[in-house]
Design a binder for this molecule. Structure first.
Ligand code: ADP
Ligand code: MG
Length: 301
């Protein structure tokens, strides 16, 4: 197969592992810098240009699109889809997953376990918003935050009020969420490929911290998950329409609760913790499923 990887650089861990896995399985791989692609979108024969030339046809494309370039990145991916290239994850599914509000609404509609969550932009009645999600302690999140930045634990109603007020002053969308104390500063990342959890790790926050992000000093180790957790992760990925997903789960007193579904999950943490060759499993998924013109949506929707 000829495989394109949409990525900023071939030296990023996940990208270089995918290149390595694909080449060792006999495929031809090209790393394409998403932001350098330009496209003719007003033609019935869609093309992508790159460094002054047409991109040759590929059988499959692996999108590794950073959160900060979602709009342009998914447009480039859509163009690949219109050209009949099979995407590892479809552009519509990535767009869906990047919208936290939309994702949680979709998961809730299908009955997936979620922490009690409220969304707000400029609530007139902060006390009512807090009451709506069950009162303090509460986790308050800036919607556009990543790596744990913009995630705050408010232990009391007063603290919650002032944090919400401060975020409102920034005119940001916020999420107000029940604090899952039983999780004990840890969460479970389930790595899903083609409807199967192929690896799972537990991330544990440093003492005194509730955010388990590795960027916040958390540590990761392989973990055995329950069949309920496995089913929840697979269902969440399926509902989002993602072939490959990182599903983050909190272990609560009432079972697994999905916190977030990531459409470009990194390989470094999970391969490091589990010792598994996840990159090769992704390439094998493409070998089984990639056919030209087999994109379900062909860039529509
Ligand atoms: P980010 O997208 O910035 O990583 P998350 O929503 O994943 O933000 O939150 C960061 C971390 O904070 C999570 O990995 C988890 O350890 C902890 N956390 C987030 N929400 C809750 C919650 N409702 N209850 C308990 N811990 C939480
Ligand atoms: Mg997270």
């Amino acid at each position: 197969m000829k495989i394109a990887i949409l990525s900023r650089s071939r030296y990023i861990y996940s990208t270089s592992r995918l290149v390595e896995a694909a080449e060792s399985r006999g495929h031809e791989v090209k790393v394409v810098n998403t932001l350098r692609c330009y496209m003719n979108i007003a033609s019935h024969r869609p093309t992508i240009h790159y460094r002054g030339d047409h991109l040759e046809p590929f059988d499959a494309v692996i999108p590794r699109i950073g959160a900060s370039i979602t709009v342009y990145g998914t447009a480039v991916l859509r163009q690949f889809e219109m050209m009949g290239v099979y995407p590892l994850n479809e552009s519509v599914a990535i767009t869906r997953a990047r919208d936290k509000l939309r994702s949680l609404q979709l998961l809730a509609r299908k009955g997936v376990g979620l922490p009690v969550t409220g969304f707000a932009h400029s609530p007139d009645d902060i006390a009512d918003l807090i009451k709506m999600v069950g009162g303090a302690p509460l986790v308050i999140k800036l919607l556009e935050g990543t790596q744990g930045i913009g995630v705050v634990l408010a232990e009391t109603r007063k603290a919650a009020e002032s944090v919400i007020e401060a975020f409102m002053g920034l005119k940001a969308d916020i999420m107000v969420q029940e604090f899952i104390k039983e999780a004990g500063g840890s969460d479970i990342r389930c790595f899903v490929v083609g409807g199967r959890v192929v690896g799972a790790m537990k991330r544990q926050a440093v003492p005194g911290e509730f955010r388990s992000n590795l960027h916040r000093g958390g540590s990761a180790q392989a973990v055995k998950i329950t069949s309920e957790e496995r089913m929840t992760a697979v269902r969440a990925a399926n509902i989002m329409g993602l072939n490959v997903a990182g599903v983050d789960i909190l272990r609560s007193g009432r079972g697994p609760l999905v916190m977030e579904v990531n459409s470009s999950p990194g390989l470094q943490g999970i391969e490091g913790a589990t010792g598994l060759d996840i990159a090769s499993l992704i390439v094998q998924f493409l070998e089984k499923n990639a056919r030209r013109h087999r994109t379900q949506t062909r860039g529509k929707g």
